[in-house]
Design a protein around this ligand. Structure first.
Ligand code: SAH
Length: 351
């Protein structure tokens, strides 16, 4: 059965044989503009509501839902129709409400320090499975309005380009979020960045850099072997020129691995010509990586050094650490993993 948010308008209309033509639009608007389940569409005749409740069954079944940060952060673990599992995080801030959504069950990028990478790849999510995460987060956010979506959950968005982009179009066109409030985060899949540069919707791009010399980046982020830094920098420059948007660079500070003065200098040399903004995140602990995050004093001096080298940097406080909802922690514990991971050979998955 297709996910409700995978259906086109015509496919939805085909589920309503014999109904007056306005019904399809009513149901479409209910799903998108009002974030309703068919059971909640009281303007529909009861029998139709019942029928649609089954035909448009949710793609996401809640396995668990946990909150942290005094209720400001919520994390869901969902089971999909085939048993694959993914996570979604909702974060309340004073000035915005952000959903962090998954784009794949598992991930094939194998970044050493990332819990999802450690678990391996299972499959791509469909457009509808991505959009439904946003819908669920927006329902939960009420009475506040969900304002931002970051594609920074499980998976590599640009390795699932077509479905992610279809989701971007539905989230902006039908759910009404602004493209400027959407951020696609990538390990640096160069053909994907080039495609993004050619799109008309001005979404933000974040590149997870973590190392600005090829030897170290080859280790931390193995896709670097296929798309090394010089090639990545070129694609980023193309994106910035084409979109007019600011690029951000994500850098997880790892104790004595990428937090030394020389690392800051290399990062500044990469970021400055791109006028990129750097987000510094002290590494969150994950089971498969023995190194810890940089101590706070080091984080601060790294930021100050970048500033002195002419690069704006912000230290990001992480949300939901105690419920494993923080950056790179989405993956799951015993029995909740993405299920039968298929490890692709290094570098085999980026296209
Ligand atoms: N695959 C995409 C999006 C998912 S990861 C990407 O890599 O950008 C979202 C962010 O969390 C990335 O910047 C990633 O590098 C970072 N991250 C992964 N593991 C982390 C960890 N253990 N601590 C801090 N950040 C981490």
């Amino acid at each position: 059965m297709p996910a409700p948010y995978d259906l086109t308008r015509d496919e939805l209309a085909a589920l309503l044989p014999g109904e007056p033509p306005f019904r399809a639009r009513q149901v479409w608007d209910g799903l998108h503009a009002r974030l309703q389940r068919p059971e909640e569409m009281t303007e529909l005749p009861a029998a139709l509501r019942g029928h649609l409740g089954e035909a448009l069954a949710p793609a996401l079944r809640q396995e668990s839902r946990r909150t942290a940060d005094n209720g400001q952060t919520t994390k869901w673990l969902w089971a999909l129709g085939d048993g694959a599992r993914v996570e979604t995080v909702l974060m309340h801030y004073p000035d915005r409400v952000t959903a962090c959504v998954s784009t794949q069950a598992g991930c094939a990028m194998a970044c050493q320090f990332c819990a999802t990478g450690q678990a391996g790849f299972r499959r791509h999510l469909s457009e509808g499975e991505i959009v439904e995460q946003v819908v669920m987060a927006a329902r939960e956010a009420r009475p506040r309005r969900l304002s931002n979506v970051v594609f920074m959950g499980m998976g590599e968005p640009l390795a699932n380009y077509d479905r992610v982009w279809a989701a971007v179009e539905r989230i902006t066109g039908e759910l009404g979020l602004s493209a400027r409030h959407l951020t696609v985060s990538t390990v640096g899949i160069v053909p994907g960045i080039r495609r993004l540069a050619g799109e008309s919707l001005p979404v933000n791009l974040a590149v997870s850099l973590h190392a600005a010399n090829d030897a170290l980046r080859d280790e931390l982020v193995p896709i670097n072997r296929r798309y090394p830094l010089a090639v990545l920098a070129e694609a980023c420059a193309e994106y910035v020129a084409a979109s007019g948007r600011r690029l951000s660079i994500e850098w997880a500070l790892i104790d004595e691995v990428n937090d030394r003065d020389a690392d800051a200098t290399e990062l500044a040399d990469f970021a400055r010509p791109l006028r990129a903004h750097v987000n510094l995140i002290p590494l969150n602990p994950t089971p498969g990586y023995p190194v810890v995050g940089s101590p706070f004093g080091r984080v601060r001096s790294f930021r100050d050094r970048l500033g002195a080298l002419g690069v704006n940097a912000t230290v990001r406080t992480t949300r939901g650490v105690e419920i494993d909802a923080a950056c790179g922690q989405l993956a799951a514990r015993a029995g909740h993993g993405p299920g039968s991971p298929v490890r692709l050979p290094r570098g085999a998955a980026g296209h």
